[in-house]
Design a protein around this ligand. Sequence first.
Ligand code: PHE
Length: 388
Amino acid sequence: MADNSNTTMTRRCLQFITLALIPLLLLLNGCSKQGGDTIKIGEFASLTGKEATFGISSHEGTLMAIEEINAAGGVLGKKLELLTEDTQSKPGEPATVVNKLISRDGVVGILGEVVSSRSLEAAPICQQNKIPMVSPSSTNPKVTEVGDYIFRVCFIDPFQGTVMANFATKSLKATKVAVFTDVKSDYSKGLAKFFKEQFVKNGGQIVTELDFNGGDKDFKAQLTAIKGANPDGVFIPGYYTDAALIAIQAKQLGLNVPLFGGDGWESEKLTEIGKESVEGHYFSTHYSPEVGSEMSKQFVENYRKRWNGKNPDALAACGYDSAIVLIDAIKRAGTTDGPKVRDALAATKDFNAVTGIITINAQRDATKSAVILQVKDGKFKYLETVSP
Ligand code: PHE
């Protein structure tokens, strides 16, 4: 009898403790997600794989911005914590890592990706969770069309395509152009389309259109067909590894016309791989350290100090800008609450950034100038700025 009541007592005690612990655990979990002593910002970037230099540069700019803001006291009385995940330049990874950043780490905003297809994969997850996402440099229009929580701090490809079509017509005096598109990439397909529309409007002719798959190694069959069409220039809206290999093989086949592309060419690997085969060719991008404001000059100086003498590229500058735009919105919102930060982001106006003055338009894109660069002596030489 005595034994029995003891057991009942113990059981009741245990039940009581368990019931009391549940809210405590829930509270602690909630604290670690929102109420902790730092504000958690997520970043997803291709730190490895075939577009590794994109993610590395973008991350270096982003991290530097976060460090500067922390050194100046942080935001809303708290320090920022940047949680960075590697997408490995692979489809499938963006969804996995962004889910983790939101559900496990409890980030209040997401920065990334560079590559449009990977931003497109992650955007619906941010949208469903009401976590604002700011892409530093994805230029395909579809990215911000995913929903009202998705922003970018760069121009979009209808503009970039127009810029390069006008450059081909006016500066290169090209009238017959071939277009060589990476069909695995939303960016490439979009940019090819917008380029063609404007080039034809300019009175130019697209003499042939061929496809490749990002990551291919042999482009000779398509390049032979392109050569046969006798173009006076080839537009290659791809990423740097493919563009460099294409330039090498074009030269081997005696296809000696100007090659040109968009921001996807921008990497020190373009010249490292392509060497003399990429000399003299052209691409458009978001930023050149050779031109720009006082803020841009300061950025170049600080970046070189922070990253062992390395010069910033457009990706680093866009990464930096994505972070300062998001943090400025958190500051103006006065809270890290998703819907309020979203509203503040949408209201971004005349914001001074490294790549230019940023105003977020009704489509949640930034309207900004592009620069055209030429590969000269293994470096990228600034040619001109084109305003929208
Ligand atoms: N704009 C490219 C895309 O949308 C990515 C990119 C940005 C590449 C800037 C290089 C420099 O996929």
